[in-house]
Ligand binder design. Structure first.
Ligand code: G6P
Length: 605
């Protein structure tokens, strides 16, 4: 989603700003722009194409300067058009970029129009630019503090002024913003990754902070205008991991990285002990009587899968809620629940807001399963398990999901142990199975040629149904999500027992029905559901395993999974569904890594 980079230096900062935007590209955007202070004037370049195109424009126009800001935009207010791209200017004096959503923009726009300001865009951002200009006192730092008090909603902004050439001011509320410290130069960004290679000395601004960035110093005030010192952290943001290597797309690379990602995530776990979640974990786990999982998208499906494990193995009652629903719902708070947020990025606005909502309801036992060690989610939760998937670039999450599942299974075993439900021989057996996961996934990846053959048939369809039962129902949901996200085929998932309560009406010979069918306790029931589909002419595409005893016949296509994996089977069964979505999208020629309208990190609600 939107990304910010800003700099004040004694050298040309254009390459730093452009490189920063490139590092943020994977988050998803539909336009980009850069503004610099050049010879007493504000200059800018904007593009609705890729950052590489912006880079060319900037080079052709010889835009070079010591002070500037840059942005990748994911449209919320106003179409993805050049005039809506950031930076926005006000009266040739103020340049501003913004992440987030300003909720009172209509009322501010009316006020500013009455004061004589003309608007060139439909964005809420231009309103902030004009507001800063309108309130300008001759001191940008002071003005931004005044202006942000007038804003409701979520924002991270970076702004500079024609009349103060060596200064960039940043402010945040609800959206992340960091400061990068250099030698005689300082930087701003929405994510430390943007500054990788430029500086690793990072300050995470807190809610309500406003920062004054100059070459030799930075100055931070909190929401009350009091000067504050914030801790400087050394952050080794990943850099090399975003190379594509021999793969055609990041998604393909990331699917094939799963054996390594799971091995890394489990590295160092010799036995089950609460310490792996944080120092106080034992005390907390002892106290809690239930689990409340909050997440969005693919992470939510990881949570749904974990519910089956947590209830069956640990005997702990578990609720799983979509973060954007939970935060606005009147729920019954339980101070003895363990609140678990699951997030690849650790930045998802709705999940963060849901966490804060739970905390405000006196639910203080918080834990996150997160792939970004320095994210707000990790900072704001008492306990954490960091998955080591590495940087995930493809918008459609793959390795983040399977590593989340691995971490959630560890959580399940740990809670089971603390609750006295994990005899040692079970612990040893489960750990052995977990350690075998990388090899088991490698064997599943070898099914790719068979899946490619199926994908050719799928590419000609406009609808697909996914069925699963029990613990594989969330996997069917994730398979359908993958397919719709990147191939734009309408896909829905159902617990197979629900078929006859509605979706069966959709089944004709035009409807491919993907069935996740391992030989677990539900297999006989699932076979009956498959008969219901065949009887209506529906074409079945079944992921079975050796013990499922389902054979190919007319209208029934079967791919056999190499092993039967018991409780951990969801981690294996999602992999062929990822490959099916990938190869179907490839056959349809869609933009696999950057599907239309979607963003990697959803930092607005
Ligand atoms: C976006 C991404 C999904 C992701 C979801 C939640 O929709 O495209 O891949 O599952 O956000 O993100 P999170 O970073 O919180 O896991």
């Amino acid at each position: 989603m939107c990304g910010i980079v800003g700099a004040v230096a004694q050298r040309n900062i254009t390459p730093i700003l452009v490189e920063g935007l490139k590092r943020l590209e994977y988050r998803g955007y539909d336009s980009c722009g850069i503004a610099l202070h050049i010879e007493g004037k504000l200059e800018r370049s904007r593009s609705t194409s890729r950052v590489a195109e912006l880079e060319k424009q900037v080079a052709e126009a010889h835009l070079e300067g010591f002070t500037g800001i840059a942005h990748t935009r994911w449209a919320t207010h106003g179409a993805p058009a050049s005039h809506n791209a950031h930076p926005h200017f006000s009266r040739g004096r103020i340049a501003l970029v913004h992440n987030g959503i300003i909720e009172n923009h209509d009322e501010l726009r009316d006020e500013l129009r009455a004061a004589g300001y003309e608007f060139e865009s439909q964005t809420d951002t231009e309103v902030i630019a004009h507001l800063v200009d309108h309130l300008y006192t001759g001191d940008l730092f002071e003005t931004v503090q005044l202006a942000t008090r007038r804003l409701t909603g979520a924002f991270a902004i970076a702004v500079f002024c024609r009349d103060e050439p060596h200064r960039v001011v940043g402010a945040r509320r609800g959206s992340p913003l960091i400061v990068g410290l250099g030698d005689g130069e300082n930087f701003l960004a929405s994510d430390a990754l943007a500054l990788a290679g430029t500086t690793d000395q990072i300050i995470y601004l807190e809610e309500g902070d406003v920062v004054d960035l100059q070459m030799q110093r930075i100055w931070i005030v909190d929401a009350n205008g009091r000067q504050v010192a914030r801790e400087v952290k050394t952050v080794h943001a990943h850099t090399g991991a975003v190379e594509l290597g021999p793969y055609r797309h990041y998604m393909q690379k990331e699917i094939f990285e799963q054996p390594r990602a799971i091995a890394d995530t489990l590295e160092g776990v010799e036995s089950i002990t609460p310490d792996i979640f944080g120092d106080d974990a034992y005390k907390v786990f002892k106290k809690i009587d239930s689990v409340l999982i909050l997440a969005c998208g693919t992470s939510y499906y990881a949570g749904l899968t974990a519910k089956y494990w947590l209830e069956a193995v640990a005997g702990v009652r578990t609720d799983v809620e979509i973060a954007s629903e939970y935060r606005y719902r009147d729920s019954v708070p339980n101070p003895n629940a363990l609140v678990v947020t699951i997030s690849q990025s650790g930045e998802t606005a709705d999940t963060l807001a849901a966490l804060r909502h739970a905390q405000s309801q006196d639910m203080q036992h918080t834990l996150t399963i997160c792939n970004a060690a320095t994210s707000a989610m990790v900072r704001e939760c008492a306990l954490a398990y960091i998955t080591r998937a590495g940087v995930e670039v493809g918008v459609a999450s793959t390795k983040a999901f399977t590593t989340q599942l691995a971490a959630l299974f560890l959580l399940t075993l740990t809670l089971a142990q603390v609750k006295g439900r994990l005899p040692e021989e079970r612990e040893v057996a489960f750990l052995k199975e977990m350690r075998h996961l990388p090899a088991a996934i490698t064997a599943v990846l070898a099914l790719e040629p068979q899946i490619i053959a199926w994908a050719e048939a799928f590419a000609r369809k406009e609808n697909a149904l996914f069925l699963g039962r029990g613990i594989h129902y969330p996997i069917a949901l994730e398979g359908a999500l993958k397919l719709k996200e990147i191939s734009y085929i309408h896909a829905e998932a159902y617990p197979a027992g629900e078929l006859k309560h509605g979706p069966l009406a959709l089944v004709t010979e035009e409807m491919p029905v993907v069935t996740v069918a391992p030989a677990d306790s539900m297999i006989e029931k699932l076979k009956s559901n498959m008969q219901e589909v065949r009887a209506r002419g529906g074409e079945l595409y079944v992921f079975a395993d050796g013990d499922s005893r389902i054979t190919s016949s007319e209208g029934v296509h079967v791919i056999r999974m190499p092993e039967h994996y018991g409780l951990l089977s969801p981690i294996l069964h999602v992999v062929p569904l990822q490959l099916l979505a990938y190869h179907t999208a490839l056959a349809r020629g869609t933009d696999v890594d950057k599907p239309r309208n979607l963003a990697k990190s959803v930092t607005v609600e």
